[in-house]
Design a protein around this ligand. Structure first.
Ligand SMILES: Cc1cc2nc3c(=O)[nH]c(=O)nc-3n(C[C@H](O)[C@H](O)[C@H](O)COP(=O)(O)O)c2cc1C
Length: 314
């Protein structure tokens, strides 16, 4: 038992990060059933679709699960009300000000966690009254901080500033990565990319194949003028880079991005025109596996690595 397993009442301190177009109820319930904490990613769902996923998740697991709500998307008020109406017990907010919704959720008895990319924002989240913080480093897949602070440096810096439980995210896909993050001061880990390449992820198979074929150096954090996002270097990514050569205005970037690129890429499998969001750790992901196996492998490796302490006695 530690602070994170106690906070969420789970077996292992492994959280599956909310991921647009990847983390529906199938992924979330599989993670929760395997001893971690599964999160439904509300960011890619219309409010009533989210309601359906919550209800299906309740049927698919009797273990704790949560909902991730990125606050940059529309309909937030409706989404917050659905989460309350459906009796969701855990909410992870991201991409917004933690002050906006934390007290509303806490008053309803919901455990609230906020995702940050710096120690300044970690402190703000703590001041807003959240129960824990996810500190997400530059390596991570999806939207990210502008400052490019890596997980290795971010975790100890956040740890120095906050007293509430700390969850590390970004670049963690193995038991060794998990142990490293915990030695740096994290109480648990949030894993995204590794679970995107799982059988239960709702992503298109083309995207899952792309993840396992992405090599070291195959992703880049770009579109910082809009909302920084780490993308696979596909045709769309190179179109963005070509536009950058012309010093584009923000409007031109918005125009190129257009609408529904992430859906096109990750959900519909258009590998050329779609936005493919994945972390640097994709270079270490070589197979699409069932969630249960991913978690068991992580925990076995974690235990083996813990026992290797004697290697470090000089
Ligand atoms: C495809 C994809 C979609 C993501 N979507 C979201 C999201 O909707 N909300 C969010 O808070 N984080 C999102 N993330 C970030 C993850 O929740 C997680 O923090 C991150 O993936 C951890 O880093 P890793 O990819 O190196 O494991 C996304 C990540 C990926 C790979």
């Amino acid at each position: 038992m530690n602070k994170i397993t106690q906070l969420f009442n789970i077996k292992y301190p492994i959280i599956q990060g909310g991921m647009i177009w990847n983390s529906g109820y199938k992924l979330a319930s599989a993670v929760s059933n395997s001893g971690g904490l599964g999160l439904i990613g509300a960011g890619s769902m219309y409010p009533e679709v989210l309601r359906e996923h919550i209800q299906k998740c309740k049927n698919a697991t009797d273990k704790p699960f949560g909902v991730n709500i990125p606050m940059l998307y529309p309909n937030i008020e409706e989404i917050m009300n659905i989460v309350v109406e459906e009796g969701v017990k855990i909410v992870f907010t991201s991409a917004g000000n933690p002050k906006t919704w934390t007290s509303f959720l806490k008053e309803k008895g919901i455990t609230v966690v906020h995702v940050v990319s710096s120690s300044v924002f970690a402190l703000k989240a703590q001041d807003a009254g959240v129960d824990a913080v996810v500190a997400e480093g530059f390596e991570a897949g999806g939207h990210n901080g502008r400052e490019e602070t890596t997980t290795l440096t971010l975790i100890p810096m956040v740890k120095e500033k906050i007293q509430i439980p700390l969850i590390a995210a970004g670049g963690i896909a193995t038991g060794r990565g998990m142990l490293a993050a915990m030695i740096l001061g994290a109480d648990g880990v949030q894993v995204g990319s590794r679970f995107a390449a799982s059988i239960e992820s709702s992503a298109h198979n083309n995207f899952k194949e792309t993840i396992i074929n992405t090599k070291e150096g195959g992703t880049h954090l770009t579109l910082k003028e809009l909302a920084p996002v780490r993308l696979v270097k596909n045709k769309f990514y190179y179109d963005v880079q070509t536009l950058y050569e012309k010093c584009p205005s923000q409007e031109e970037l918005v125009h190129l991005l257009g609408r529904a690129r992430a859906k096109k890429g990750m959900f519909e499998g258009d590998l050329d025109e779609g936005e493919l969001e994945i972390g640097q750790i994709a270079g270490l992901i070589h197979d699409v596996l069932p969630v249960e196996q991913i978690i068991q492998q992580m925990m076995t490796e974690f235990d083996v690595a813990c026992k290797e302490k004697s290697k470090f006695e000089f």
